[in-house]
Design a protein around this ligand. Structure first.
Ligand code: ZN
Length: 329
């Protein structure tokens, strides 16, 4: 039997604590004697973290309790740091990717890993992508939905997508702070509404502008079930049918292109998950929990089990086989 896999978890190395920050705005990690940590920007704490973020033994104990065989470790999106000098972001990415690779090397039976890249600089991002996948042997990379105000569909990223395409890279797209999020400061609205909206816009943009079609070997995986994308697809199809210029940009119907991407199952609702599965295909879904954060699904895959639209084979595919195949390349 393929291992039960949690594709969407985050890891933060304690090595981040000693990183020489280039400015007070850099996301700094501090950890107290009791092992409780915080990320701060400009001296203001914005994220509580604890040993689950960096302690592999603790993570394995939690996985055992939750029935998970293997976690895919990806960097905390709060540390993407695309708005800073690319050389500094690249240095942090190398330090952090090395730390993730070390955890994976020690327990390849329990962990796989994705690396970070300094996406604000295409050449530097390509260099780290190569290092992550070849030298470190990680399964792929995690990126945000935009970099320093530039969307992933910006022509400046063509060289990056070409490199990802040549490598057949697995690219986990995870939302973080985005333009317009200043409207969402109250009531945790960025997490609640900003993240799914941003993911939906990002996936829709990559589909409609033809990036997915032009770079078909990139294995995109979208966090949080692709956000609003499943609900946007009928309208994307309607626009594609109505406008010749859109059809000239991408020859395939958007809802068909959406079936060539992957998504995690982190939707918090069986009915939402059913719609996602109907539009993406159960062979395109992987269980992801957002461990170890407050918003995590417990246990991982609870919504897959709660959704009565799936038979046993589909559930197994989402909990094990789809992610296993993705990680094996
Ligand atoms: Zn996450």
């Amino acid at each position: 039997m393929a291992p039960r896999i949690d594709f969407h978890t985050h890891y933060l190395s304690r090595a981040a604590e000693g990183f020489e920050a280039p400015s007070p705005a850099w996301p700094r990690l501090t950890v107290d004697d009791a092992g409780c940590g915080q990320l701060t920007r400009d001296g203001v704490a914005f994220r509580d973290v604890d040993a689950r973020s960096w302690d592999a033994a603790r993570r394995i104990a939690d996985m055992d309790a939750a029935g998970i065989d293997l976690q895919v470790l990806s960097p905390l999106p709060a540390t993407f740091a695309y708005e800073f000098d690319a050389a500094v972001t690249a240095r942090f990415a190398r330090l952090h990717n090395d730390a993730i690779a070390e955890v994976v090397r020690a327990r390849p039976d329990r962990f796989a890993g994705l690396g970070a890249v300094p996406l604000q600089d295409v050449d530097a991002a390509c260099a780290e992508l190569e290092r992550v996948t070849s030298e470190l042997g990680l399964a792929g990379i995690e990126i945000g939905t935009h970099a320093a105000g530039r969307d992933l569909t910006d022509p400046a990223f063509d060289a990056f997508w070409a490199r990802c395409d040549a490598l057949g890279a697995l690219v986990f797209v995870h939302p973080e702070n985005a333009p317009g999020f200043e409207r969402l400061r109250a009531a945790r609205l960025a997490f609640a509404a900003g993240y799914p909206s941003e993911s939906g816009l990002c996936a829709a943009s990559l589909i409609m502008t033809g990036v997915v079609a032009r770079f078909p070997r990139v294995r995109f995986v979208f966090a949080h079930g692709g956000g609003t994308l499943p609900w946007l697809l009928p309208r994307l199809d309607a626009v594609w049918s109505a406008y010749e210029d859109v059809r000239e940009t991408t020859a395939r119907r958007p809802s068909e292109t959406a079936r060539t991407l992957w998504y995690d199952t982190l939707t918090f609702d069986p009915e939402n998950l059913r719609v996602l599965a109907e539009r993406a295909g159960t062979d395109r879904l992987v269980v992801g929990s957002d461990y170890p954060f407050l918003m995590q699904e417990e246990p991982p895959g609870a919504t897959v089990l709660a959704c009565n639209a799936f038979d046993a084979a589909a559930r197994e595919a989402m909990r094990s086989e789809n992610a296993f195949a993705l990680l094996c390349g």
